[in-house]
Design a protein around this ligand. Structure first.
Ligand SMILES: [Zn+2]
Length: 426
C-alpha cells in the first residue's frame, strides 16, 4: 500500500478552547484493506453525532462543545478510502468534521476511555460495506492443501511491546509474518493466509473471523515478548488454556496481549461478540490438545534457532486464540525488551531464521495430521447415509458438491441410490 503522508487539511485555529470545551489534540488514521480508522485525541470525552451524505460520499461528525487545539496537526495515511478531512466551527461552540471519501462506507464511531497509552479518544471506523448477496467465501484450496492463517499481532494504533531502542513489536511480527507467508506459499501442500498485511489494527475477534471465513486449518499468531526484567530472553509458544495460566509469566503475558483491543480501541459490539464466543470455547478441549501438538512442534524448531524461554508449551487465556476450531498457537518471538534480542529481531537474517523454524514446525505437525485435519475441518471425506426421499442432486446441493463429483467418488452409475447406503462426500 502507498504510504504517502498527507498533511491534514484541518483549518487550525489559534484560540484556546474555553473552559469546559473539549480540545481535539491530534488526529491519526490507519488504512486497512476493509476499513480505515480515524482517531481523534481528546482532552475530555465528547458528545457526537455521525451521519452520511452521498454524491459525493461523505461522513459527517458533529462534535458538541469542541474545538481543535492549535497543536492538533496530524497526518493521514493515503490509500484506503479517505480522500480528505475538513472541519469548521458550528453553532458557536460545536465542531463539524467532514470526511471526503472515495466511495460509500458503513461508518461506525465510538468513544474510547483513557488507557496506559492514550487519553480519551473518538474513533471513527469507515468500513467497506459487506456485500450480503455474496455467498460466504469457501476456501479455494487445491485438494489436500492446508491453509495456514498467519496473524501478525497488534498494528496501527497498537504498537505492541516497545523495545529499548524503540522497536515496535507490530513491525517485527509483520516482517516475520510476510517472510513466513513467502516460504509457506512455496510449498505445494500449503497456502498462507495473512490475517494482517499492513500497519492497521484488527480486533481480536476480527482476526479469528478472517481465519474461519477462509477455512483455515491452522492459526499461528506472532508476537514478541516484553518483560520488566530486561535480561529475560528466549522464544516461547502458547496455547489457549480454559483453566487459567500455566505460570505467572504466562498470566502476565496473556494480560498484555489481551489489552490489545483496549489500546487500539475496539467498539463494545465487537467485545460482546467475544464474550459470547468464550462460552463456546470451554467445550473445545480437543482443539486445545491438537494445538498443543502444533505448539510442541513449533517450539522444538524454534529451539534450534536460539534460546527458548521455556522448554514446555505454555498455557494462558489468550483472547485471540479463543473459539478457534483449528490447531492454534501464539508464538512469542524472543523478548523485544531484552536489548540483545531486540537487536537480533531487527535483522533480516534472524527474521528469516524464525520464519523458517515456524514453517518447519507447521510442516512437521501437518505431515502426520493432514488427513485428520481435513476431516476435522469438514473439508475432506465426510460421510452421509442415504435416507428415504433423498435424491443424489439433493445430497450434492446440501453438501455443496457437484453430482458428477459425488458419482465419481462413490463409483455410482445411474441416478438411483439405495436407502441406507453410506456415501463419501468429497
Ligand atoms: Zn504481542
Amino acid at each position: 500500500m502507498k504510504r504517502l503522508l498527507l498533511a491534514i487539511a484541518l483549518s487550525l485555529t489559534t484560540t484556546l478552547a474555553h473552559g469546559g470545551q473539549a480540545a481535539i489534540e491530534g488526529v491519526r488514521s490507519w488504512a486497512g484493506p476493509d476499513h480505515t480508522r480515524v482517531v481523534f485525541d481528546l482532552s475530555s470525552p465528547v458528545e457526537h453525532r455521525l451521519f452520511t451524505l452521498q454524491e459525493p460520499a461523505r461522513v459527517v461528525v458533529d462534535i458538541r462543545d469542541a474545538q481543535l487545539s492549535d497543536a492538533s496537526t496530524g497526518a493521514l495515511t493515503e490509500g484506503g478510502i479517505l480522500n480528505n478531512v475538513r472541519s469548521a466551527p458550528r453553532n458557536g461552540d460545536d465542531l463539524r468534521v467532514v470526511f471526503d471519501l472515495a466511495r460509500k462506507v458503513d461508518p461506525k464511531s465510538f468513544i474510547v476511555p483513557p488507557n496506559e497509552e492514550y487519553g480519551h479518544r473518538l474513533v471513527v471506523d469507515l468500513e467497506k460495506p459487506r456485500d450480503k448477496s455474496q455467498p460466504v467465501k469457501t476456501a479455494p484450496d487445491k485438494a489436500g492443501e492446508l491453509v495456514i492463517a498467519i496473524d501478525a499481532g497488534h498494528g496501527g494504533e497498537d504498537p505492541g511491546a516497545i523495545g529499548p531502542r524503540g522497536t515496535h513489536e507490530k513491525d517485527i511480527v509483520l516482517e516475520v509474518a510476510r517472510k513466513l507467508e513467502g516460504i509457506i506459499d512455496k510449498r505445494d501442500d500449503m497456502r498462507a493466509l495473512l490475517i494482517r498485511d499492513g500497519d492497521y489494527y484488527l480486533g481480536l475477534h476480527e482476526r479469528r473471523r478472517k481465519a474461519h471465513q477462509a477455512g483455515a486449518d491452522m492459526f499461528v499468531s506472532l508476537h514478541a515478548d516484553a518483560f520488566r526484567d530486561n535480561q529475560v530472553r528466549g522464544s516461547s509458544v502458547f496455547v489457549l488454556s480454559a483453566d487459567g495460566a500455566s505460570s505467572e509469566m504466562a498470566q502476565i503475558l496473556a494480560e498484555n496481549e489481551n489489552a490489545s483491543d483496549r489500546i487500539a480501541g475496539v467498539s463494545l459490539a465487537d467485545r460482546e461478540k467475544d464474550v459470547r464466543s468464550v462460552l463456546v470455547d470451554l467445550s473445545r478441549r480437543a482443539t486445545i490438545e491438537s494445538s498443543a501438538g502444533l505448539a510442541r512442534s513449533v517450539l522444538g524448531e524454534l529451539g534450534d534457532t536460539g534460546r527458548v524461554h521455556s522448554e514446555n508449551v505454555e498455557r494462558a487465556g489468550f483472547a485471540v486464540l479463543k473459539s478457534l476450531d483449528m490447531p492454534s498457537v501464539l508464538v512469542e518471538l524472543a523478548f523485544i525488551s531484552n536489548p540483545v534480542e531486540e537487536r537480533r529481531l531487527r535483522t533480516d537474517d534472524y527474521q528469516w531464521q524464525l520464519a523458517r523454524a515456524i514453517r518447519r514446525g507447521v510442516a512437521d505437525f501437518a505431515k502426520d495430521r493432514m488427513s485428520t485435519l481435513k476431516i476435522a475441518s469438514g473439508q475432506a471425506h465426510r460421510e452421509y447415509t442415504v435416507e428415504r426421499g433423498d435424491t443424489l442432486s439433493g445430497i450434492a446441493r446440501r453438501h455443496r458438491v457437484s453430482v458428477a463429483r459425488l458419482r465419481e467418488i462413490n463409483e455410482l452409475q445411474g441416478s438411483t441410490i439405495r436407502v441406507g447406503r453410506t456415501l463419501r462426500i468429497p
